[in-house]
Design a protein around this ligand. Structure first.
Ligand code: PLP
Length: 388
């Protein structure tokens, strides 16, 4: 008789399907539900970018691309980053399968089993799962009580001999907050003092509404030997399905991450390289103006409902506190789907219970209707809470 198969990777087995998927599935199965759960632009990729993809296919760009990306796209990214005040040569850039693979490959390259990664929360879910996949441990720094900013002493208190890296994300998914100068300096001080890597996930850097935004790598070039900048074509140019992103780091670090990328992906998509170059020259100003107008409407409406909401400074999410309703965030989201026909994501998915994430990547008509439904749902609930 054949012996039973040996256990597979315990870190994978331990991974739970995300509540985001469960809630989005519930919203999708509920007739008439307007989902504000998805973190992706509802716009189509601009015409010029799509036209270049068709041309690239016609030119026969269907073979393996160089592992790290075409020289032409890497040069274009280098020039684009220089325009943003970030100095990385073409040789210091790897084109990846979206930011998702850039995050995974970076952590794969950096982490040994037992290492720790400090993640200020609320945060995008992949940082924790990609850390765990490497048999390393995510360590949360709760920023909710500090206005979603990073406190130097709180950060320092989490450092142990096992700490390897800090992951930051500004503008942030799910809060829309941008890290202020003192948060960036706190990260830099601690990274410098303890020899930690800084992974700066900047995928929303083109979707910033207010003044005062600074990139970590621009403010702290003295730490370029330990900084990894991650960016993506997905959000500014509505290219989520293209799976195109990149990472930039100094050569000694980059060459190690490139090995992880080569193992995980071989290369990014050949016929998406030329269109990605076109994207770098497209100005997402129209989309940004639309998001900004929606941001103002959403924040006003949520605060009027009695759900305290910070004004997001970037990205396309609002993150209201729903504690006043007396419901937990998962219950709030389940009932919002069932009773109001509105899909939202529980804050606990991002490490911040008591909040929900609302994405304003839907048509203005759907957004207005969803806010109307939500107001009725919350006021009914507040009526119950007052009577109880
Ligand atoms: C903060 C953050 N980083 C990375 C990603 C992944 O982006 P990509 O589509 O480039 O893989 C997302 C997607 O939602 C995100 O919100």
């Amino acid at each position: 008789m054949a012996a039973s198969p040996r256990p597979i990777n315990s870190a994978i087995v331990a991974m739970q399907p995300s509540a985001i998927r469960r809630i989005s599935g519930l919203a999708a199965r509920t007739p008439g539900c307007i989902s504000l759960a998805l973190g992706e632009p509802e716009f189509d990729t601009p015409d010029a970018i799509r036209a270049e993809a068709k041309a690239a296919l016609d030119r026969g760009e269907t073979h393996y691309a160089p592992n790290v990306g075409t020289p032409s796209l890497r040069r274009a990214i280098s020039t684009y980053m220089a325009g943003q005040g970030l100095s990385y040569s073409a040789d210091e850039i790897v084109v990846t399968l979206g930011a998702t693979e850039a995050i995974s490959s970076t952590l794969l390259a950096l982490l040994n089993p037992g290492d720790e990664v400090i993640i200020p929360v609320p945060a995008f879910v992949s940082y924790e799962s990609a850390t765990r996949m490497n048999h390393a441990r995510p360590v949360r720094l709760d920023t909710a009580a500090n206005g979603f900013q990073i406190d130097r002493e709180a950060l320092r208190a989490l450092v142990t001999p096992a700490t390897k890296a800090i992951v930051i994300n500004s503008p942030n998914n799910p809060t829309g907050c941008i890290l202020d100068a003192s948060s960036l300096d706190a990260v830099a001080d601690v990274a410098a003092a303890y020899g930690l890597y800084v992974i700066s996930d900047d995928v929303y850097n083109r979707l910033v509404f207010d003044e005062g935004y600074e990139r970590f790598a621009a403010r702290h070039p003295e730490l370029r030997d330990r900084t990894v900048v991650i960016d993506s074509f997905s959000k500014p140019w509505a290219m989520t399905g293209w799976r195109m992103g990149w990472l930039a780091a100094s050569e000694p670090l980059l060459s190690q991450i490139a090995k992880a990328h080569q193992t995980a992906a071989s290369s990014s998509v050949a016929f998406c390289m030329a269109p990605a170059e076109v994207a770098l020259g497209c100005d997402p100003a129209d989309m940004l103006a639309t998001y900004r107008a929606r941001r103002d409407r959403v924040v006003g409406a949520l605060n009027d409902m009695g759900l305290p909401t910070r004004r997001p400074q970037g990205a396309f999410y609002a993150f209201p506190n729903i504690e006043a309703t007396g419901m937990g965030d998962e219950e709030f989201c389940e009932r919002a789907i069932a009773e109001a026909g509105v899909g939202l994501v529980p804050g606990s998915c991002f490490g911040a219970a008591g909040h929900v994430r609302l994405s304003f990547c839907v048509s203005d008509a759907d957004l207005d209707e969803a806010l109307r439904r939500l107001a009725a749902f919350v006021s009914k609930r507040q009526g119950h809470a007052t009577c109880a």
